[in-house]
Each structure stands twice: as C-alpha cells, then as structure tokens.
Design a protein around this ligand. Structure first.
Ligand SMILES: Nc1ncnc2c1ncn2[C@@H]1O[C@H](COP(=O)(O)OP(=O)(O)OP(=O)(O)O)[C@@H](O)[C@H]1O
Length: 394
C-alpha cells in the first residue's frame, strides 16, 4: 500500500495499447498513478514490485479471448497475493454472467465496456477512499505459472482448494510445493487460520482443527502418523495439505497405510524445474524485475544464449536456485549459471562464458559440426555461431 500522502497507484491490466493510453490519460487527470500490464505474468510481477492500491482488470486481457476464464484465474492469483486488494473487473464480450462469477471470486465491482469515464472514476475514488493507510504487509510471493505442466497442477489445486479435501504435494526441493500449499489454503473456504507443522520437530498435533500445512510429512514419527490418521477419520477433521520432497511411490512406502489412504486421496506432483523450460523464461523475467526493483539496480541483460544456458542448467534446488541466480545477476551484473553437468562440478557454478562454450560445443558435436543445424538448435544465426566458434577456438 502506498504512503497516505502519495498518489494512489492503480494497476491496469489490458493488452490493448490504445485502451491503456486512454486509461493513462483518464487517471492522470484525476491524480492517480497508473502502471499497466499486458498479461498475467507481468500483472503479477507489477503487483509483487509496486505498492498497488487498486486493480482494474479486463477479464479478456489478451487478443481474441472472450470467455473471461483467463481473467478469472488472474483475479484469483492476485487475491492470493493480496487478499484485501480492491479489484474492479472490466467486461465486454463475455457479459454479466462472468462479471457475477468474478464478484463471487472476490472482485469488488465491475464495469461494462465501453466504460463511462466519470462513472468509472467515481467508482474508483469510492473504493480508494476506503483504503487503509500505511504499508500493508506483503502477502505470499507471486506464483508464476507459464508451462502447461504447472498450469494443469495449479488448475487442479484451485479446483480443489474450496473443498475440505486433504492434498499431498510432491516434488523435488525448492520446486514450489510450499507456495502451492499456501495458495490452496489462501483459496480455501476458511482461509486465514493456518498452522504450519514441521514434521521433523513435531511431537504433538495441534488441538485446533483448522488448516494444517505439514512440511516433510514423511518425517513424522510412526506414533504421530497414527494420530494424524485418527484425526482424519473424525467427523470434523482438520484440512491437511501435506508436502514432501520424496517421489510419490517412495512416500507411499514410508507412510502408515491408513494415513496414506486418507491423506493421499489427491497427490499433486510438481515436476523439476529443468523439465519446465517455459517456467524458467517467465521466472527469469519475473525475478529480474522483482530484484531490480527491490535493490534499486538495473535489470540484468538476458539474451538468447543466456536463456539457453539457463534452460540447460541443472537446478539442484529448482526455483529456489534460479531465484538466487537471478538475484546474484542483479547484484553483480554478471550471470553465474550453474553447470549443465548432471553431477555438478567441483569448482561450483561456472561462468556464463564457460556454460556458453559448453553449449556451443555440445550442439556442434551433436550435429557432427554441421553449423546450420547447430545454429538452429541454439537459436543463433550462422554468423553468430561462427563468431562464437572463433571466440572459443572450436
Ligand atoms: N512458480 C513459482 N513462481 C514464483 N516463485 C516460485 C515458484 N515456485 C517456487 N518459487 C519460489 O521458490 C522458492 C522455493 O519455493 P518453495 O519453498 O515453495 O519450495 P518447496 O518445494 O516447498 O521447497 P522445499 O522442498 O525445500 O521445502 C520460494 O522462494 C518460492 O517463492
């Protein structure tokens, strides 16, 4: 939340540059700051990096979309990040039904396109008048979802969030299990009362039967596992979201069968980051902007070769490692991309120079030194590849 004496900041989400300009003009006249976003990812990044006071969200923000579905998903994402954020939805083609659905999902109001300038401005002033002053504590970090694989998992999680279903989330370290678990609890019917249980340190279960987030569930002692199974068999069981870095089958073998029966009704598995290259690209953009804003430094350059090496790298702690790599690039102005070697190198992360050399060499060998094919794989032109071959003596 911006300071009380600062101009309120409005985030406007619509991909049409003409409509963005019209909105800028309208709100600047009315002493509002405005930032714009073209798509879901940049909207979430703006929200994570700016003290936004209100969002105006076109439910069909991308060209050709008419169902409003993408807008509804983004609305939910934004309210996970900032549950109290006033969001006004704008709808044109998809009409009132979708607007009502958006109100049910937490939007404060809606306007139909084409909007009436004065009426829209009055509505926004009214909503902003009720804003609390002072800095609101940040909600959850934004969850960036660009790959189809993660999209399916998050879609399933959102669908089940308002139920009382216990859910197990598997996935390698740092892949976003806890973030997803918190998202489910934030979207659940009785959000707000969450008890975090670190299984390793747990010698008794909470009295309160609210929402439980259990981390490293496989490390619960056999006695606590049996007690947890008992609680899940009660008439009014706690809502449990359990998280584990073990593979699903290994987890099944480690947990009490009765506990697994209740707890593992739904198991969501987040794939490792290196199997989600689309997420790598989106996360790099997001974290670059986030850390550049946080540290007051410029965003680091990311060209195609750099992106290729980020996609080819091994991320032992998945998104956590990538996040740290991007923060380091913001701080030092240089990319230190971990090696592509599956088993890592004793010297620690290689420089971008080393990684690029290895990528070029690997592509050339793979294609029997056919420059055209290797260049195509690397996303480079032939001259660009020749320059690199000369630079690395290949
Ligand atoms: N899709 C994502 N978008 C943005 N940030 C993410 C995403 N996934 C993970 N992160 C970030 O990466 C870091 C690790 O995520 P998280 O703690 O949820 O992983 P985890 O799988 O629970 O890890 P661990 O198994 O080590 O407990 C956090 O800073 C989190 O905010």
């Amino acid at each position: 939340m911006s300071q009380p004496d600062a101009k309120p900041l409005l985030l406007f989400v619509d991909d049409d540059p003409d409509i963005q300009s019209a909105a800028r003009l309208l709100f600047r006249h009315r002493r509002l700051e405005i930032v714009c976003a073209n798509d879901a990812q940049s909207a979430l990044t703006q929200l994570a990096t700016h003290a936004v006071d209100l969002v105006l969200l076109d439910l069909n923000y991308s060209r050709g979309a008419t169902s409003g579905a993408e807008g509804l998903t983004l609305l939910k994402d934004m309210l996970v990040l900032r549950p109290e954020l006033p969001v006004v939805v704008v709808t044109g083609h998809s009409g009132v039904t979708i607007a009502v659905e958006a109100m049910r999902a937490g939007a404060r109001d809606f306007v139909m396109k084409p909007w009436h300038n004065d009426r829209l401005a009055t509505l926004i002033e009214k909503l902003l008048a009720g804003r609390t002053t002072g800095r609101e504590t940040a909600g959850e970090p934004a969850m960036i979802v660009a790959s189809a694989a993660l999209g399916r998992i998050v879609g399933e999680a959102d669908r089940l969030a308002p139920t009382r279903a216990p859910i197990v989330i598997c996935g390698p370290p740092g892949s976003g299990k806890t973030l997803l678990a918190r998202r489910i609890l934030a979207l659940s019917r009785d959000a707000g009362s969450e008890t975090l249980i670190r299984a390793e340190e747990c010698d008794t279960l909470p009295e309160e039967h609210g929402n439980w987030l259990i981390r490293d569930v496989e490390t619960l002692t056999p006695t606590i596992q049996r007690r947890l199974a008992d609680s899940l068999e009660r008439v009014n069981p706690p809502r449990v979201i359990a998280v584990s870095s073990l593979d699903r089958n290994v987890l099944e073998a480690r947990l009490d069968p009765r506990l697994m029966l209740h707890l593992g009704m739904v198991v969501l598995t987040i794939p490792p980051l290196d199997r989600r290259p689309d997420d790598i690209v989106a996360l790099v953009t997001h974290f670059s902007h986030y850390f550049a804003t946080r540290h007051g430094l410029p965003e680091p350059d990311v060209d195609d070769v750099c992106l290729a090496s980020l996609k080819a790298a091994v991320w032992p702690q998945n998104v956590r490692s990538l996040r740290a790599t991007v923060e380091r690039a913001v701080l030092t102005g240089t990319w230190h991309v971990p090696s592509c070697e599956r088993h890592g190198s004793a010297d620690g992360p290689a420089t971008l120079h080393d990684t690029e050399r290895m990528l070029v060499e690997t592509a050339l060998r793979k294609h029997g030194f056919n420059v055209t094919q290797a260049a195509r794989e690397l996303g480079l032109t032939r001259p660009a590849l020749y320059r690199r071959m000369a630079r690395y003596g290949l």
